[in-house]
Design a protein around this ligand. Structure first.
Ligand code: C2E
Ligand code: CA
Ligand code: CA
Length: 657
């Protein structure tokens, strides 16, 4: 039988492993009391039969000492049971080694004692000594099964001298018993070695299983792409921190980081490059990690942050600034030089909230505010944000419950061709007079509607009103209608819009759909697809708020656009800001080369209009020409047109009368 197969080296290594030593110690500590029990019983039995024939020191004192040592060892090992978990590997090995030697010494003592008794006994007593030795050896080998070295040592110590001793007596019965014992012992030793091998294998496979399950557990807590903690583990840590800090005076903060412009990276460079960027983000965040500050990937391009023992707004803002700076460094992936920014929202425990769910939600609210107002910066959850959230949830609730068809109307603002002073079209702008909140501006309710998915229904309802107004107006009247980013990303809404226009019998050419630059950037491919469908159907397309979303010429070139509307922010200081003038000049020239109509919005003064004309802008919209008004005016009467929101100081009336 091969006791040491090819796996011997592996097992030897396993033998050195702490798992095996621990398991040996466990098994050994269970068996040792039995071993000493066997020794005690046999010592007692042999001593008893020699009580009358041998000297007292040999039949009483020596077995008495052996018995006391044996009893002590039983007690020692009973106490040690299951205690190895508190011991170091070194201590366990030391104890096992000591146990082997003590067992050997005990064996030698027993053997020597039995030899010493032999001359005092008769033939029966001799047989009894042989018999006791044989069963002691067999019993001990079984008890020492998990401690190979001790078993072999004890066997050699007891069997070799006894065999020699009994063979030398020339007594055939004793010799037979001795040889019998040798063969049976050999067989038992082989059994023991096989058993030990199985035991070592079992422990090894248990360890492999444990390692695997540990690795699985580790993997289950990690994000495979970035190597950072994953969302589940992050939330667990957050829960743990909330529990730990509750009632104490220590604090911490939770942050949510979102990459600005990551969607574009995916759209323009492909998902593989996107993954490389995320990997690099993970590496950069990993470098910022410390015992106090840990990061996690929450999913997509969203990352989490836990800052322990730090709650000062100043320090958190500094940390946020550092994170933004690090993530803003260019990413060199797939031959491209990619630039991103990161917005951060932070909520402090216990100021912002005390439950993990609320804290996370508030960090997310702060992030939302950062993305809206401080793109690429850090926002810390505050009372102001809280009231904004309250107001938003109130608006959302009312948007769900109110009779929007009755409460929402459209106002129309003219867009003028200043070269011939004619209205080229009107922009339809939503107005909501809530029975509870009063007038709510679209800049407030549209984002809420977008977040809650109510925007699609609102868009279709408003489009119905526009189409109704167009049916009533002169056929030459055109209207620009605003579409939200969410609408653009919803194929169902795009289909519903086309279907509605088709059924209204209003020529699609009378409609211009306005979509913001940021809406296009959010999901470029989907936006392009939706715009192509609308364009094919026959509506005109206008890119709104141009200049705010950093879209490249490359993007605009790939969209089926008719118009570009320069954002109001460039017009505000156009009459004295050379920078703004340069931007407008280059947009105008870009529009010329792409054969796009360039519209400037937010023109409020004559001075602005003059500068804009000099820069080559001919189509304008703004309070100078007319405020949004509730009626869709006939362009023929446009010069006398005047928005009802305009006050007595409105220049539109004076200018165009
Ligand atoms: P927008 O599409 O850029 O619309 C132009 C906004 O500028 C309008 O604000 C308009 O009243 C305002 N405006 C026009 N001329 C001037 C001016 O000379 N000076 C200044 N300071 N402002 C001027 P309004 O109506 O409050 O709309 C705000 C935004 O809400 C719109 O910006 C648009 O993004 C969104 N919105 C409005 N109606 C709708 C709608 O029906 N659907 C969607 N999805 N969004 C809408
Ligand atoms: Ca618009
Ligand atoms: Ca605009």
């Amino acid at each position: 039988m091969r006791l040491f197969d090819a796996g011997a080296t592996r097992r030897r290594r396993a033998a050195e492993s702490s798992e095996l030593t621990g398991a040996q110690f466990d098994a050994f500590s269970r068996q040792v009391p039995l071993l000493y029990f066997i020794l005690l019983i046999n010592t007692g039995a042999v001593a008893y039969t020699h009580l009358d024939d041998s000297p007292r020191w040999l039949s009483v004192y020596v077995p008495g000492v052996l018995g006391s040592i044996g009893l002590t060892r039983i007690l020692v090992w009973l106490r040690r049971r299951g205690r190895h978990r508190h011991l170091t590997d070194g201590e366990i090995r030391q104890r096992l080694s000591a146990a082997s030697w003590i067992t050997a010494i005990f064996g030698i003592s027993f053997t020597t004692w039995a030899f010493a008794l032999y001359p005092y006994g008769d033939a029966d007593a001799h047989v009894q000594i042989a018999f006791s030795t044989a069963i002691t050896v067999i019993g001990c080998i079984f008890c020492l099964m998990h401690l190979r070295r001790a078993a072999l040592l004890l066997t050699v110590i007891m069997v070799v001298p006894f065999t020699i001793f009994f063979v030398r007596t020339q007594n055939s019965i004793l010799m037979t018993i001795a040889l019998n014992m040798v063969f049976v012992t050999i067989a038992i030793i082989v059994m023991m070695l096989v058993h030990y091998r199985d035991f070592a294998n079992l422990i090894e496979s248990r360890k492999t299983l444990q390692d695997l399950s540990d690795a699985n557990l580790r993997l289950a807590k990690l994000d495979t792409l970035t190597g950072l903690t994953n969302r589940r583990s992050f939330l667990e840590q957050l829960e743990g921190l909330c529990r730990e800090m509750a009632g104490g005076c220590r604090t911490f903060a939770v942050g949510v980081i979102d990459l600005d412009g990551f969607k574009q990276v995916n759209d323009l460079h492909g998902h593989q490059t996107g993954d490389q960027v995320l990997e690099e983000v993970g590496k950069r965040l990993m470098r910022l990690q410390s015992a106090e500050c840990t990061f996690a990937r929450l999913g997509g391009d969203e990352f989490g942050l836990l800052v322990r023992n730090e709650n000062q707004i100043e320090s958190l803002l500094t940390l946020g600034g550092k994170i933004s700076r690090v993530l803003k460094e260019p990413y060199r992936c797939a031959g491209a030089n990619i630039r991103l920014s990161a917005s951060l929202g932070i909520a402090q425990f216990p100021v912002a909230a005390t439950t993990p769910h609320q804290l996370f939600e508030r960090a997310d609210h702060a992030l939302y505010q950062a993305k809206e107002h401080r793109r690429g910066g850090t926002t810390i959850f505050s009372g102001e944000i809280e009231s904004a959230i309250r107001r938003a949830s109130m608006i959302e609730q009312l948007l769900r419950e109110a009779d929007l068809d009755r409460e929402m109307t459209l106002h129309y603002q003219p867009i003028i061709d200043v070269t011939n002073r004619r209205v080229v079209s009107f922009e339809a702008l939503a107005r909501w007079r809530s029975s509870i909140l009063g007038d709510v501006p679209p800049s407030e309710f549209i984002p809420v509607a977008e977040r809650s998915d109510l925007v699609h229904a609102i868009t279709l309802m408003l489009l119905g009103k526009v189409l109704g107004a167009l049916q009533m107006a002169e056929p030459c009247v055109r209207v620009s209608f605003n579409l939200s980013a969410r609408d653009l990303n919803s194929p169902d809404t795009i289909l519903a819009i086309i279907d509605m226009i088709r059924r209204s019998a209003v020529s699609p050419a009378r409609l211009t759909i306005e979509i913001t630059e940021t809406a296009v950037i959010r999901d470029f491919n989907q936006a392009r697809h939706a715009l192509s469908e609308l364009k094919q159907f026959g509506v005109h397309l206008s890119l709104d708020d141009f200049g705010t979303g950093f879209s490249s010429l490359h993007c605009i070139h790939r969209l089926p656009l008719d118009k570009v509307k320069i954002d109001r922010s460039f017009v505000r200081e156009i009459d004295f800001d050379a920078g703004a003038q340069n931007i407008v000049r280059s947009i105008v020239s870009m529009c010329r080369s792409l054969r796009l109509t360039c519209v400037v919005e937010g023109v409020e003064t004559e001075a602005q209009s003059t500068v804009l004309r000099k820069l080559g802008c001919n189509v304008m919209q703004g309070y100078l020409f007319g405020r949004p008004a509730p009626v869709l005016n006939d362009p023929i009467n446009a010069w006398s047109w005047r928005g009802d929101e305009a006050n007595s100081g409105d220049m539109a009336g004076e200018l165009h009368r």
